[in-house]
Design a protein around this ligand. Structure first.
Ligand SMILES: Cc1ncc(COP(=O)(O)O)c(C=O)c1O
Length: 283
């Protein structure tokens, strides 16, 4: 592999040149079944004709103007996602880790609005929320965090699938939110016990915390419903999404809490971070 490229992955010496549906072809013409779907991204398969046509059409029409203007397709997508999820107002960014950054910022805003000096988010051991610094600090995996210390403060890690551990934090008046995956992805597929998410919802309601679900990996139909939370009878306050939404095109919304007053206003976020840009390649 070229040493002009940073060696961030132990890459398999295989180059895929073409994809169609669930199949990939390497540079020698061998065919492979893509059982990882581009790491949970290409839920509609590679080069789905409708996705390809939409990208081609948009690339030939207009690629980037910025969020200082109205973007019709962005509004259409926000409305469609609202009708599928029940979440209110979407904030778009480019990756799952950024959607989680947005969720973390929303929780901090929410805390400050309530006069909390050091807003703290309860997160789980074994979780994965991304590789930017705040998302990495929220992640519950010391192996991934090693070398990037000091991590950001404001996170309290508890065992996943353990309601009592979350309940024990009720006395901590700095806690503002709970952020978990509805079932863990990168940490091994751990499906929590029936009632775990409902229990978290109750604890959040009782303590005035936000329930924030990271549906980056579970969203867009990957667990049998559009969003995993829809199988539990609860609705989160904040949800982050990415991966399957773009089928390889980098797009990722986060939704601020509809029922509680925390939302980004003009200038709370740097504008470019919300722009939908040219595809930089599948994530
Ligand atoms: C649950 C979860 N959250 C966040 C991320 C980060 O998403 P991205 O790679 O799009 O930044 C991932 C990626 O695997 C994930 O599985």
């Amino acid at each position: 592999m070229s040493d002009a490229l940073m060696q961030t992955y132990a890459r398999i010496p295989l180059t895929f040149e073409r994809g169609e549906g669930a199949w990939l072809w390497d540079s020698e013409g061998n065919r492979y079944l893509d059982a990882v779907s581009g790491i949970a991204v290409c839920g509609l398969g590679h080069c789905h004709p409708k996705v390809t046509a939409a990208i081609q059409e948009q690339a030939a029409t207009l690629v980037h103007t910025s969020n200082i203007y109205r973007i019709q397709n962005q509004e259409r997508l926000a409305e469609r996602l609202r009708s599928l999820s029940g979440m209110e107002t979407a904030f778009f960014c480019n990756s799952g880790t950024e959607a989680n950054e947005a969720a973390i910022k929303l929780a901090r805003l929410y805390g400050h609005q309530r006069g909390i000096k050091k807003p703290t988010i309860v997160v789980a051991h074994g979780s994965f929320h991304g590789r930017t610094l705040a998302a990495l600090s929220a992640t519950g995996n010391p192996k991934i965090q090693a070398g990037f210390e000091p991590l950001l403060e404001g996170f309290e890690h508890v065992p996943y699938n353990d309601l009592k551990a979350v309940e024990a934090l009720a006395d901590n008046d700095q806690v503002v939110a709970v952020l978990v995956e509805p079932l863990t992805g990168e940490g091994g597929v751990v499906v929590p016990e029936e009632g775990y998410l409902r229990g978290l919802r109750e604890l959040c309601d009782r303590n005035n915390w936000l329930l924030m679900l990271d549906e980056v990996q579970t969203g867009m139909g990957r667990t049998g419903s559009w969003f995993a939370f829809q199988q539990t009878g609860i609705v989160p306050d904040v949800m982050s999404l990415a991966k399957g939404l773009g089928n390889g095109f980098p797009i990722a919304p986060a939704w601020p809490p509809a029922r509680r007053p925390a939302s980004f206003r003009p200038a709370t976020m740097a504008r470019p971070s919300a722009a939908i840009r040219l595809p930089a390649g599948p994530r």
